[in-house]
Write a protein that binds this ligand. Structure first.
Ligand code: MF3
Ligand code: CO
Ligand code: CO
Length: 248
């Protein structure tokens, strides 16, 4: 069952999503050559707790840190640690906040200094995929409209969509129904109704779609070592269209 949020729940979701968005904006200027992913984690953890919230990833299914940091060929769920960012890297920072009973989830891929052309390309295509996915959201539409828009754009740019991970309903739980696939057929899948809240978060690879896990059992990487990028927003289906809750 896909939960339709009440007006009160929507207010709570707006607050937690704004905090998640503010955390991403806060961390951006720190993303420079020389900083470690562990330092980024600690700065975000402090900011989130200073605002009365808890970072949702911490201890989630045993995840040991407060944010996910995924560098270059890492697709998602990278664990912050001693890795030092280098000029030319790209890094996805994924923030989820738990504020007054509600989760808000957003991520962006950032360049570290000046990056190679192919890094710029995968960031651009993946950002466009998210934007087109959001534009496909409307009441009366279908979940498949979102996946179709995203997959088509990735294919047109000779990039591929990771199939093992998808967007998700979100609210009082971090991950709830529906699963929001980033591929599929327009007109297929569940009907989108006002009050539904879910994330859209396509993981887009410069090479093939296949992934594997690192021995830490969390970090997902591309099998062919190609670059991967991801952007994520939490969105609300409104009576008129869509509201992006994780935009400041
Ligand atoms: N924020 C991720 C998502 O977009 C989930 C991270 S789960 C963690 O759904 F355990 F790796 F933190
Ligand atoms: Co998410
Ligand atoms: Co996320």
């Amino acid at each position: 069952m896909i939960h339709i949020k009440t007006p009160e729940e929507i207010l709570g979701m707006r607050r937690t999503c704004r905090l998640a968005a503010a955390t991403l904006k806060m961390i951006e200027p720190y993303i420079q050559p020389g900083i470690t992913t562990g330092e980024l984690n600690d700065i975000c953890h402090q900011f989130i707790t200073d605002h009365g919230a808890i970072p949702s990833p911490l201890n989630y299914r045993g995840f040991p840190k407060s944010i996910c940091t995924s560098v270059n060929q890492q697709v998602c769920h990278g664990i912050p640690g001693d890795r030092v960012l280098q000029q030319g890297d790209i890094i996805n920072v994924d923030i989820t906040t738990y504020l007054d009973g509600f989760h808000g989830d957003t991520s962006k891929t950032f360049p570290v200094g000046t990056v190679p052309l192919k890094a710029g390309k995968i960031m651009r295509v993946s950002r466009e995929c998210l934007e087109l996915g959001i534009q496909a959201v409307r009441p009366g539409g279908r979940l498949g409209d979102i996946g179709s828009a995203i997959e088509t754009h990735a294919q047109q740019n000779r990039c591929s969509i990771v199939r093992e991970y998808c967007g998700h309903g979100i609210g009082r739980s971090f991950h709830e129904e529906p699963a929001v696939l980033h591929y599929g057929k327009a007109g297929a899948g569940a009907e989108l109704l006002p009050g539904m809240i879910f994330t859209i978060e396509p993981m887009v690879n410069l090479g093939k779609a296949a992934i594997k896990h690192l021995p830490d059992n969390w970090t997902v990487v591309t099998k062919d070592h190609s670059l991967s990028a991801q952007f994520e927003h939490t969105v609300l289906v409104t009576p008129y269209g869509v509201e992006v809750l994780t935009e400041l």
